[in-house]
Structures are given as structure tokens and as C-alpha cells.
Design a binder for this molecule. Structure first.
Ligand code: ZN
Ligand code: ZN
Length: 193
């Protein structure tokens, strides 16, 4: 599989192949590196943290399954909430719709009725073909990292607006706290007589 992520240090986007032997996710721009802890190795590697960090694992007992299926958390930020979506560029979809609207309004202006219908039908056909032709990807709610080439994605949860909103508000609060702490403390001292 491979991961596409925005580096938390430099904001540059990196796509990296992840094999079973890959030890870290590394930004190609600033070389910022995030070590990978795999689900199967978590027990032996950080046995000390097990009680603190893995309390949610008690229910799934999923040590079986392939490495891809075992990916229960984001490799980039460690978030456990991931969702499946179509690997479809919304910008491309929108470009097709807008292009069809512009072209068909021109042909409509010339009273070329069949050309107009043809353009609209063709645009709809491209969108449908793209939708069914593209595969799925797994995306992290928190850092928006995208994972492609994973097996068993059909069984993963789809996008939930509620969870998305939870992370959006969390991010907003963090940004607010950051801004507050970054502000220089200015004391307004009254002029002394
Ligand atoms: Zn970076
Ligand atoms: Zn993430």
C-alpha cells in the first residue's frame, strides 16, 4: 500500500510506499520521520504502554488477518478513526460539470439542440464511469492522510459527518489554544508620574 500525507513540520505532501518492512514514514522535503508501530508488534514492543494506550483493543482481538487489515490506526498521527471513500478527485468531477455547463449553454445559444443534449449526456457518462472505475482509499479524519492499495476496505466504516465534525472542532480548539499561547504577554503599565 502507499500513504499520501501532509507533513506536520513543513506542510509539504509526500507519497510513500509502505511495505511490511518499512520502519518509518518520512517527509521527502524536510526528512521529518514518524516511526511505524504495527498492530501485531504493539504487544511485544511497548508492553509497558499497553494498559494506558490500548484499552480500546480488548473487544476486537484481531491479531489474525493481514497486515493491511490490521491497520487500525493512522501511521502518521496515530488516530484510530479512519474512513473509506472513493479515490475520486472532487475537483476533476466539478471541472467536468462546469465544462459541460459552459459548452452546452454555448450550443444552446446557437439552437444546436442535439449537440447540447449530447454534451450533457457525455459529461454524465464520464462522471458515472469515473465513479465506478476508481477504487477505494482509506482516509484519516484527523490528519487527512490517504492510504491506497489496502485489502479489505469494503468492511471498513464509511465517512461519518458526526466524526468529521468532532475532529474539525478539536482542530479549531487546538488552533485557538495555539494562537492564545503564541500571543506575547503585553502588560499595560500605566505611566508613572
Ligand atoms: Zn516535512
Ligand atoms: Zn492521521
Amino acid at each position: 500500500m502507499n500513504v499520501t500525507f501532509a507533513c506536520s513540520e513543513c506542510d509539504q505532501t509526500t507519497r510513500q510506499d509502505i511495505e511490511s518492512t518499512t520502519l518509518a514514514v518520512v517527509c521527502t522535503s524536510c526528512q521529518h520521520s514518524i516511526p511505524i508501530t504495527r498492530a501485531g508488534q504493539a504487544g511485544s514492543r511497548d508492553a509497558g504502554n499497553r494498559d494506558a494506550g490500548n484499552s480500546g483493543d480488548a473487544g476486537d482481538g484481531s491479531d489474525t488477518g493481514e497486515a493491511d487489515n490490521a491497520m487500525q490506526r493512522c501511521l502518521v498521527c496515530g488516530c484510530r478513526e479512519l474512513y473509506v471513500r472513493k479515490d475520486f478527485s472532487q475537483r476533476l468531477g466539478l471541472t467536468i460539470v462546469v465544462a459541460a455547463m459552459v459548452l452546452s449553454s454555448i450550443t444552446w445559444g446557437f439552437h444546436w439542440r442535439y449537440a447540447t443534449y449530447g454534451i450533457l449526456f457525455f459529461a454524465a457518462l464520464i462522471d458515472v464511469a469515473l465513479y465506478f472505475g476508481v477504487g477505494n482509499l482509506l482516509q484519516c479524519y484527523r490528519c487527512r492522510a490517504e492510504y491506497r492499495g489496502l485489502a479489505g476496505l469494503e468492511e471498513r466504516e464509511a465517512f461519518s459527518l458526526e466524526t468529521h465534525e468532532k475532529f474539525r472542532q478539536q482542530a479549531a480548539r487546538l488552533a485557538e489554544a495555539d494562537a492564545a499561547s503564541a500571543k506575547p504577554v503585553v502588560k499595560s503599565t500605566p505611566p508613572t508620574p
